[in-house]
Structures are given as structure tokens and as C-alpha cells.
Design a protein around this ligand. Structure first.
Ligand code: AHR
Length: 485
């Protein structure tokens, strides 16, 4: 029996709903075919946005969506993506597959997509190959209501009211694909670019500086030292590469038990890497005014055999669902500083929650993990104590507990491949009702377009007594317990 103690009356802070955010780049079939098919497509759509995908994203309550990249962001020129589609500039997407990007999905389409999903837009501006003026005018275009020439272009393109974008990224991975800058240079550029990203009317920008992509803290230290007073948040990127070798990351579906545990172990490194950067942030910002945004995370496998290597299309198994749940537990635990996270990437790219093929759609195990976790959005984190066995350095049980009104939600993962887990939860308050949902399967079980074996079912066998709430979690599973107090 694994005992878990909670104190439902002691909460540790609010879990920002934006921790459950996603990321969509002009990469492979994420935007085109995945999210956007165009109004003339036979695939059901509203203003070009795939209806099945939008509905699925609404269901997991996606709170915020980052766009247009990624590396693509620092090559993206927003003016190429507005106005009549037939006159929009065609460019080569040099980062991702060398395909021609026709810019038919631009600012207006992204705002329309966010409106349909019911999420906040997070726009990542171009520092690497753009100009200060270009970024300043993009902010003016989306947020100003004055009758300037820039705003009149928006009107001419069919939108009278400002869009009211809040989250604004100033560059992406500027230590790499975003310009190969040194930290001092970027920090100065950040200070300059953000100066001209103005607030218009009620629309106050939340300015996001580019942060680190490795455990090394030099970038974080320099950027925080030189610019912390000019930012609302700093980003961090961390991808789990199962083998640890970028040139052969491993198959998404064909792996053994050792590789399963190695992948989860790799995902858990998020904690240490984050701790390193958080310590530096604490040095310059002890009041925690500046948030940390992990705006790219997830598992990066080899692409599916036979697919374009530049499109980063990979399958998604129960192993990936476990990576998601363990990682979300880490973000929730650090909700005093982690204000947003964006899984890479929403549809058809990397650890996608949705895969599409023509008019067909499959929800991945990772999608279902996000479904099980959605009640934590905006809830109060509840402290827990737990002693758990380990396998290959991976704790058997990981969890998040949170409270909203009189509902206590506990999400639990059993990472063990052979051992079920008998759980006794002592919530520290009287429980009136208990219900549960469960996601389980073989470690390499996945959903595709002809067969979708991995889905959420009811967790039965929950019992409530004065000693607590007990239930059994099968091997390789993620569960949600909903307890009313
Ligand atoms: O998500 C794929 C790529 O990974 C992004 O474009 C880039 O920011 C990161 O290196």
C-alpha cells in the first residue's frame, strides 16, 4: 500500500491555467493540414480552421497558444501574412523541410483560431532577422485602436476592433536559430526591441524574453542581470531525447523497457534543470515578479519512417503520456514561478496531442493525459507527502493535488510496468463523494487512424472510509480522482 497524505486545508499557490498551454509553429503539418485547411477544403472547417481539431482542443481547455515559432518566428515577417491571400508573399521555409510557405495562415487567421479554441494568443516576434520597427508595427497592428496608417491596414483587412494580444515574445532561441547571439548582445537587443513594443489603450503587453535551452546558466544569468527589470517572463526550453543522442533519438513506438524508464528519467531532468535556472532568477528577482515560461517541452523521437525528416512527425504512446503527466507535476509544483508552459507541438509535430491524416484525426495518449489534468487549471496547489518505490531511478508514483471550491482533484501516475499500485489517500478533510478516470495501456500502445485503443475509462474500485480513499492503479497508467469535500 502506498500512503499519500494531503492537507486539503493548506494550499501552496495557484496553478496558472497557462501551464496547460500549447505551441504551434509553421512546421510540417502542424499549421497547414493540422489546424488550418482553408475554407475551400472538403474537410469540415469554420473559416478554414478544422472543426474536429478545434473541438478537441476546446475539450481539453487549451488556455494559450504560442505562434508562429520556434525557429520560424525569427524568419517570419508578419506583413507577408496579411491582405488578400493571392497576393501574399511565398517564401521558402528554410528551417523546416525547405517547403514553400504561402503565408495563407497569418495574423488574422491565428487570431481567428484562438477565438474558436477559446484561448489566449501568444505571439512570438522576430528579433533574429526582423527590425525594431517591424515588431513595433506588428504590436500596433494587433493592439491599437487609433486611426494610424498601420491600423487602417487592419481595418482594410476586415478587422475593425483591436485583437488585444497580451503575451508577446521578443525572439526565440536567440542563442541558436534566432541569430546565434551572445547573451550580452541579446540582452541589449531585448532591451531595445521591447522599448518599442508599446501598450495601447487597455492592452498592456506581457513581455517575454528569450531564456536558456540547456542546463548551463550563463545565458540566464546575463539576461536576468541586464534586463530583468524590462521583462515579465523569461523562457526556457527542454526536450526529452530518449536515447540522449540527437542524431538517433530512438523510435517513438519500438522501444524496450530499459528505454521506457530511461525516457521517463530524462523527462524528470526538467526538475534539476529548472532548479538551476530558478536559483539564478531568485538572485536577480527574489520577489518572483518575473515568471518562468517553459514554452517548448516534450519528447523528441525519430520521425516516423518514410516521413519528411524536416516535418518532425512522430507517433505518441503511453510512454509519452507518462512523460506529460510527470512533467506537468513538476510545473504544478513550481507554480510560484512557472506561469506558462507550451507543449511542442499541438498537431502532427513532436509530442502532439492530435494527429491528422487527410480528414481523419486521432487523439494521442498525451491528449488524454491533458484531459485528465485539466481540472488543475487555475486551482490551488495542495501539498502532499509520499514515500514511493522506484524503478531505474524513476519514482513509481507521481502526483498533483489541487483544490477548487469544494473539489479536490488528485492526478496520479503509476510509472511501473509490472506492478499495480494500491493507493491510500488521506486528504485531511471529509470526503463526500469520489469518482475517478483512468488511462492505461501497454507502454508502447498508441492510437492511429484505424484503431484507437488508448482512451480514458472509468476508474472503478474507489472506496471511501474514515481511513481515507483507496484505489488501485494498474501498471503504466495515469488517473484522475475527483473528491468532493
Ligand atoms: O519545436 C521545434 C524547434 O525546436 C523549434 O522551432 C525551436 O525553437 C526548437 O529548437
Amino acid at each position: 500500500m502506498i500512503n499519500i497524505k494531503l492537507d486539503a486545508n493548506q494550499t501552496l499557490g495557484t496553478i496558472n491555467k497557462n501551464i496547460y498551454g500549447h505551441f504551434s509553429e509553421h512546421l510540417g503539418r502542424c499549421v497547414y493540414q493540422g489546424l488550418y485547411v482553408g475554407e475551400d477544403s472538403p474537410i469540415p472547417n469554420v473559416k478554414g480552421m478544422r472543426s474536429d481539431v478545434v473541438e478537441a482542443l476546446r475539450h481539453i481547455r487549451v488556455p494559450v497558444l504560442r505562434w508562429p515559432g520556434g525557429c520560424f518566428a525569427d524568419e517570419y515577417h508578419w506583413e507577408d501574412g496579411i491582405g488578400p491571400k493571392e497576393t501574399r508573399k511565398r517564401m521558402v521555409n528554410t528551417h523546416w523541410g525547405g517547403v514553400v510557405e504561402d503565408n495563407s495562415f497569418g495574423t488574422h487567421e491565428f487570431m481567428e483560431l484562438c477565438a474558436q479554441i477559446g484561448c489566449e494568443p501568444y505571439v512570438n516576434g522576430n528579433v533574429g532577422s526582423g527590425t525594431v520597427r517591424e515588431m513595433a508595427e506588428w504590436v500596433e497592428y494587433v493592439n491599437s485602436d487609433g486611426d494610424s496608417t498601420v491600423v487602417k491596414r487592419r481595418w482594410a483587412n476586415g478587422r475593425k476592433e483591436s485583437f488585444g494580444v497580451k503575451y508577446w515574445g521578443v525572439g526565440n532561441e536567440n542563442w541558436g536559430c534566432g541569430g546565434n547571439m551572445l547573451p550580452e548582445y541579446y540582452a541589449n537587443e531585448y532591451r531595445r526591441y521591447q522599448t518599442y513594443c508599446r501598450n495601447y489603450g487597455e492592452h498592456k503587453l506581457y513581455k517575454i524574453a528569450c531564456g536558456p535551452g540547456t542546463p548551463d546558466t550563463e545565458w540566464t544569468d546575463t539576461v536576468m542581470k541586464m534586463a530583468h527589470d524590462k521583462m515579465d517572463a523569461l523562457t526556457m526550453h527542454y526536450y526529452t531525447v530518449p536515447t540522449g543522442v540527437w542524431t538517433d533519438k530512438g523510435s517513438a513506438t519500438d522501444f524496450d523497457e530499459a528505454m521506457y524508464y530511461q525516457t521517463l528519467y530524462g523527462a524528470l531532468k526538467m526538475e534539476d534543470i529548472m532548479q538551476g535556472h530558478l536559483a539564478v532568477m531568485d538572485k536577480y528577482d527574489p520577489e518572483h515578479r518575473v515568471g518562468l515560461i517553459v514554452d517548448e517541452w516534450g519528447v523528441w523521437h525519430n520521425v516516423e519512417p518514410g516521413t519528411n525528416p524536416g516535418f518532425l512527425y512522430q507517433q505518441n504512446t503511453m510512454r509519452d503520456a507518462l512523460v506529460a503527466s510527470l512533467t506537468l507535476d513538476i510545473f504544478n509544483k513550481h507554480c510560484d514561478r512557472v506561469v506558462m508552459a507550451n507543449l511542442a507541438q499541438t498537431v502532427n509535430v513532436l509530442q502532439a496531442v492530435i494527429l491528422t491524416e487527410g480528414g481523419k484525426m486521432a487523439l494521442t495518449p498525451t491528449y488524454h493525459a491533458f484531459d485528465l489534468y485539466k481540472a488543475h487549471q487555475g486551482a490551488a496547489l495542495v501539498a502532499h507527502t509520499l514515500k514511493t518505490p522506484e524503478n531505474s531511478g524513476v519514482p513509481q508514483i507521481s502526483l498533483t493535488a489541487s483544490k477548487k471550491d469544494n473539489v479536490l482533484t488528485v492526478t496520479l501516475s503509476n510509472t511501473a510496468l509490472h506492478n499495480p499500485a494500491e493507493i491510500r489517500l488521506q486528504p485531511g478533510a471529509q470526503v463526500k463523494t469520489a469518482a475517478g478516470r483512468l488511462l492505461t495501456g501497454e507502454m508502447n500502445a498508441y492510437n492511429d487512424f484505424d484503431s484507437r485503443p488508448v482512451k480514458i475509462k472509468k476508474l472503478s474500485g474507489i472506496s471511501v472510509s474514515p481511513d481515507g480513499v483507496t484505489c488501485a492503479l494498474p501498471p503504466c497508467s495515469v488517473a484522475e480522482l475527483t473528491l468532493t469535500l
